[in-house]
Design a protein around this ligand. Sequence first.
Ligand code: BTN
Length: 326
Amino acid sequence: MMTPDMTSMERRAGVVQALRKAGAVGVSGETLAHQLGISRAAVGKHVSALRECGYLITSTPGVGYTLKRVPNLPLPFEVYPLLHEPDCDLYGGAETGSTNDDAKALAAQGAPDKSVVLAGRQLAGRGRLGREWVSPEGGLYLSFVLRPQASIAQMASLSLIIGLGVLRAVRRLGAKDVKLKWPNDVLMPNGKLCGILLEMVAQMERVDAVIPGIGVNVNRSKGALENGAYLSDQLGELESARVAAVMIDSICGIYDEWRQEGCRFQPFAQEYVNDLSLVGDEVCVRRIDGTVEAEGVVRGIDGDGCLIVGDRHVLAGDVTLRVPEV
Ligand code: BTN
């Protein structure tokens, strides 16, 4: 996994920017070296690293380097310049097993609050309740290392807050008719757009770090999930780096708001309920072991983030629509 060596990330971003600017004309290694204040050998190293990430860069005597193709991946040096509040460290960007596993490893090594692992494909993606999260190309997979000063009880609300952050982000990108399915799925009319898995790194009673992992379906490309909704269904093909930047800005933003509000859910409850799906519907909420926790009509959400089903306030569970018996 790529380390966030900021100078190298900024230089790499600089090389890409200069190559983009030069377009079909191309730019010599000497000019690049001069513009970026680095040696020609260093330029050569950055170009090789970019090629390894999937950039097609030709090199022609007398012309120099020409950028022919850019991979659609959330690479840190593409994402970082697009952030409004660049107060986070970015890792990864191409392919990995699971960004949640990578983020947990980083947390164990002492990575600071707001470290983010990105990927355009996962080979061992994990979902809630021990399920697999199939993670083909065309998706965006990202996990945060967060270190809030909050109790374990307050962490349950963080999971809802992250869902709200994702919802704000996809709206900002222009998506319409997006809803939250409690506790933290994001839906479009044609299916599930995003899933969130919140894990903790704890020692004894103390929470060291929280790892929210987010999988968003961005571009419906080859190998896409048939029953999933994709942002591209509404918005056409999107640049993964831009989606990642909007997502990171939004999540870091709402995380800061949540901390300023004393890590409470209550100040966000109205916004959450405005976009809550299934209000007025008959549902069944099941526990992890499949047994029924509550059945009845969804009436909303309370100040602690519990789903109100009939007269019960449910803290956790899996919600399904109740199909009337015939
Ligand atoms: C769900 O079951 O709905 C939650 C899915 C969460 C998937 C994301 S993708 C990024 C991160 N890495 C993982 O292995 N899982 C989460």
